[in-house]
Design a protein around this ligand. Structure first.
Ligand SMILES: [Ca+2]
Length: 439
């Protein structure tokens, strides 16, 4: 009886702690000014959630109802249990959320350099380097011209695997062409004084060009062999959508190229007639996130779908991911997707989908162990969803989901993991966040 009471009290304490609201408890404010941007650092510490009972395993999953409680847009049935609205979970290890800067101009990508500093792209065609305490460099010049209309501009960025020696940076961008624009991959060497890119050049183009400002993708990520995965979009229009199902063009694809922009050896369609040998997977709508799983080396992707059809996919070579034939969404107008069904033989099902809308963007796995329950979890920036989705992935399925930073009211455009065990995120409103253990 006595023993039972003690356990009840422990349970009550744990429940109370778990339910404690996330309240900014401190706000130290330091200001540092660069030539272009004022960096404001404010620190908000999540409520101390470390249970008093130190023997409680912090990695034990907290299982809660699904984070999504609103009615879906469609009555489609998922293909398998847990394909949407997985169990909810909650981080119990305490962590800090810091706004490192808040005057970035439409930042699109953030990624860590080997020395721990961050490289950030701004949509209009600017690269900056940020220190982890939020000091921003002036714009780095020497980039190819970008078409920054609508969804275009300077998009993703990744340092070469040998960046410490080569100083090479790889970027995706919407390149202005004679007839419109297309998604392109550029590279250049970061000058020793970090004021400009040297010898910047375009090494790959998602042909053909097209005259609108929509659905360029795109992300790029190096695989463990040093080849580059690049994602694109299908340029949105009803006329261009079907090109995602055709293998003679660069729309709605993941391609795998060498660091010089050539088809990577081992690609699935090499040698076939009328096929771009760069193609790795196809049938995509607008791929806004790519990340390699730290343990398995698998390629994961977030794909901006129609309303209710945002997807998480596990990418395998040569596979067809279905757009615009299968989808769990409807048109943003409210009309059904023409002829749409949710499943077809020979087309891959998403691992997970969101209905209503997350509007997933850039994403990263957390490879560290500083926050134990985050190890190898996937963190996806939500634009319309205005939070970061934390996904616990087990055996290729989503086991649990949590919404982070939902009270910030920011459109999260990209998330990166730093070597210091923190996550970094940029938002459309211009903020750079650090999320992680005490610095
Ligand atoms: Ca799909």
């Amino acid at each position: 009886m006595k023993k039972g009471l003690i356990w009840l009290s422990i349970l009550a304490v744990l429940l109370l702690t778990a339910c404690a609201p996330v309240v900014p408890t401190t706000s130290g404010s330091t200001t540092s000014t660069t030539r272009q941007t004022t960096a404001v650092a404010t620190t908000a510490t999540t409520a101390a959630t470390t249970p008093a009972s130190s023997t409680t395993a912090t990695t034990e999953a907290v299982r809660l109802p699904p984070v999504e409680a609103n009615p879906p847009n469609t009555r489609y049935e998922p293909f398998f249990a847990g394909q949407t609205r997985a169990a909810g979970t909650e981080t119990t290890t305490s962590y800090t959320v810091t706004v490192l800067a808040e005057n970035l101009a439409s930042p699109w990508a953030v990624t860590a350099l080997p020395d721990g500093r961050l490289v950030i792209t701004e949509k209009a065609g600017v690269i900056r380097i940020a220190t982890t305490d939020g000091r921003l460099s002036p714009p780095i010049g020497g980039l190819p011209a970008v078409d920054s209309r609508s969804q275009g501009g300077l998009l993703d960025i990744a340092p070469a695997p040998d960046f410490a020696v080569s100083r090479m940076l790889y970027m995706t961008l919407a390149e202005k062409t004679g007839r419109g624009s297309l998604t392109a991959v550029a590279r250049g060497r970061l000058a020793d004084d970090e004021t400009r890119l040297e010898d910047a050049e375009i090494i790959w183009r998602a042909v053909p060009d097209y005259d609108n400002g929509m659905h360029f993708g795109s992300r790029l990520v190096f695989d463990p062999q040093g080849f580059l995965f690049v994602s694109t979009g299908e340029r949105s229009d009803l006329a261009t959508r079907p090109m995602a199902q055709q293998l003679d063009n660069g729309y709605g694809k993941v391609v795998r190229i060498t660091a010089d922009g050539q088809p990577a050896p081992g690609n699935p369609f090499i040698g076939e007639a009328n096929v771009l040998p760069e193609i790795y997977s196809y049938g995509h709508r607008n791929v806004q996130g790519l990340a390699i799983h730290p343990l398995t080396g698998d390629l994961w992707m977030s794909e901006m779908g129609p309303r209710g059809g945002d997807e998480l996919n596990l990418i395998l070579p040569g596979r067809n991911y279905g757009w615009p034939v299968i989808s769990y969404g409807i048109e943003y107008s409210g009309q059904p997707i023409p002829g749409a069904i949710t499943a077809r033989e020979g087309m891959e099902q998403p691992v997970y989908y969101w209905d209503p809308v997350l509007a997933p963007s850039g994403m990263a796995f957390y490879p560290g162990s500083q926050i134990p329950e985050w190890e190898n979890n996937l963190f996806i920036g939500g634009l319309r969803g205005q939070h970061i989705a934390r996904l616990v992935i087990t055996d290729g399925r989503v086991a649990a989901e949590e919404r982070l930073l939902a009270s910030e009211n920011q459109r999260f455009r990209d998330v990166a993991a730093g070597p210091d065990g923190a996550l970094y995120a940029v938002t459309d409103q211009g903020r750079l966040y650090r999320i992680g253990p005490e610095a």
